[in-house]
Design a binder for this molecule. Structure first.
Ligand code: ZN
Length: 297
């Protein structure tokens, strides 16, 4: 089993529990070959961490990604050539510090290759899923997405509003993905995607990472989650991927035996009852790998 996880809140976790950074020594044993290291740029969640601004917080997050890379011998993926043996893609979860294309270019130079446009608060780029005033992608947002694609960055629509989602996918036909989401057919909230929206992503060769928690998949247990994911994979074999959101889901919302990096094998073992090895490989690894090949080419 090889895993390419499109979303982990590891930074959030190790800032609050610095000793747990050692878990990275075990990632290869857990099958985790590649993952997006998400930088969540809000200080309000880190009151113990003395940084005022999302930009400064993001810069520290990027530096921590390089520290981790050195300490645990995990290679940061910055180019097509890095993809084969690389391990970490640095991703931003919400462009709250972007005022112009210059900030985008700077974080690109620093190695960021995935940009989530928004989190749980509107910004200058676009509106988020629960926005009171769903204005969609702004003019600046269009400029940022266009430049990001030209810079060979992936554009992540997790947390976006429906209008933002459709503004982006109606206008841009490549590099678009959703790193971590649930399914509206299971839990009908705006944070999740409907299967029709997944179909729209599949039409532009994007991918969708399924996240694990009751807000994403309702109260299903591991066996039921496996059955549902198997059906989704059969429907969208080149589109469905994994975006666990491990470390980002509060305890009371987690799925038993599917809530930490060592648990991928549990899902894998269940899926073997429903899916061919080839489809399991696409879900856990290949769809994400092929997507980033297209992004970085
Ligand atoms: Zn998130």
């Amino acid at each position: 089993m090889r895993v390419f996880d499109l979303h982990q809140d590891l930074l959030y976790h190790i800032l609050s529990n610095p000793n747990d950074i050692k878990i990275l020594e075990n990632y290869k044993n857990f099958g985790i070959e590649k993952f997006i290291f998400a930088i969540f740029p809000f200080r309000s969640f880190f009151s113990f961490y003395d940084v005022e601004e999302p930009l400064l917080f993001t810069l520290r997050g990027i530096e921590i990604a390089y520290d981790i890379s050195n300490k645990f011998n995990l290679k940061i993926i910055r180019s097509f050539e890095d993809l084969e043996d690389g391990n970490i893609i640095i991703g931003i979860e919400g462009l709250y510090f972007v005022r112009s294309v210059y900030e985008l270019r700077i974080i690109h130079r620093l190695g960021v290759r995935s940009i989530g446009l928004v989190w749980n608060k509107d910004n200058l780029i676009c509106s988020y899923f629960n926005s009171k005033n769903d204005f969609g992608l702004t003019d600046l947002g269009f400029e940022i997405v266009e430049n990001a694609i030209n810079l060979k960055m992936a554009v992540d629509l997790a947390h976006s509003s429906d209008k933002t989602f459709f503004d982006v996918i109606n206008h841009f036909k490549r590099n678009i993905f959703v790193s971590h989401t649930g399914i509206r057919e299971l839990n009908n909230i705006k944070r999740n995607l409907s299967e029709d929206m997944i179909y729209e992503i599949s039409k532009i060769n994007g991918i969708v990472g399924i996240a694990f928690g009751d807000i994403f998949l309702s109260n299903l247990n591991l066996k039921q989650v496996s059955e549902y994911i198997a059906k989704l994979v059969e429907k969208f074999p080149n589109t469905i991927a994994i975006g666990s959101d491990f470390f980002g889901v509060p305890k009371e919302h987690q799925i038993e035996n599917l809530n930490e990096p060592s648990h991928f094998i549990n899902l894998y073992n269940h899926l073997k009852n429903y899916l061919s090895d080839e489809l399991i490989e696409k879900l856990f690894y290949k769809n994400a790998f092929e997507f980033f090949k297209r992004v970085l080419a």
